[in-house]
Ligand binder design. Structure first.
Ligand SMILES: [Fe+2]
Ligand SMILES: [Fe+2]
Length: 194
């Protein structure tokens, strides 16, 4: 059975017919292209920041679960970073949906379906962010309680976070595959984003 491209947790990438520009501009050539300076670089940097922060949060949970940090140490480190991560991600998606995706879809109508898929991803991720914030709160509250309760909440939260980080990684890769080749092909000025 063909994989469902709208299923962020099940797909291995965007459908082939949306990747014609990626075939023209393969990932390993992006950094050497003259049009990478400007919006493309900015985009890649934002995504790198989300990947780094996601990794940092995952590592912090792992360290706590292995007993390398105490509950208060963990909470002090984790809570503000999680809040920053969730807020930045939400803002980033809003700008993409409301500003950039409509512009890109107008310029290259053949990629319209791709931007619809990415827009759908944002909703999926948004729901996961809300679930994440809820179980994070449950977890942080449980740090005041018994060891058993802490462990249970830590497990629930770690699962939730692993799921979110995996979805986000898939989305960031796919979004770059669609957007960066388009920017390299047309340049910021032609796209009206420079
Ligand atoms: Fe996105
Ligand atoms: Fe993005």
């Amino acid at each position: 059975m063909a994989e469902d491209p709208t299923n962020l947790q099940g797909r291995a990438g965007l459908p082939d017919d949306l990747l014609f520009l990626l075939r023209k501009y393969p990932r390993q050539e992006w950094q050497a292209h003259e049009n990478v300076h400007g919006m493309a670089s900015f985009w890649l940097q934002r995504h790198a920041m989300f990947r780094d922060l996601g990794g940092l949060l995952t590592t912090a949970i792992g360290d706590y679960r292995e007993g390398q940090t105490t509950a208060p140490e963990f909470a002090n480190f984790f809570a503000p970073r999680l809040q920053f991560f969730l807020g930045q991600l939400d803002g980033h998606h809003n700008v993409e949906d409301q500003h950039y995706f409509p512009v890109f879809a107008r310029v290259e109508a053949r990629l319209k379906r791709g931007f619809d898929i990415l827009d759908g991803d944002h909703h999926t991720i948004h729901d996961a962010l809300e679930a994440n914030a809820e179980s994070a709160n449950g977890f942080l509250n449980a740090l005041q309680e018994s060891q058993d309760k802490q462990r249970f909440a830590a497990d629930a939260y770690a699962d939730q976070n692993t799921r979110l980080v995996a979805m986000l990684a898939r989305h960031l890769d796919d979004e770059e595959d669609l957007i960066i080749p388009l920017i390299l092909d047309r340049g910021d000025r032609e796209l009206g984003i420079g």
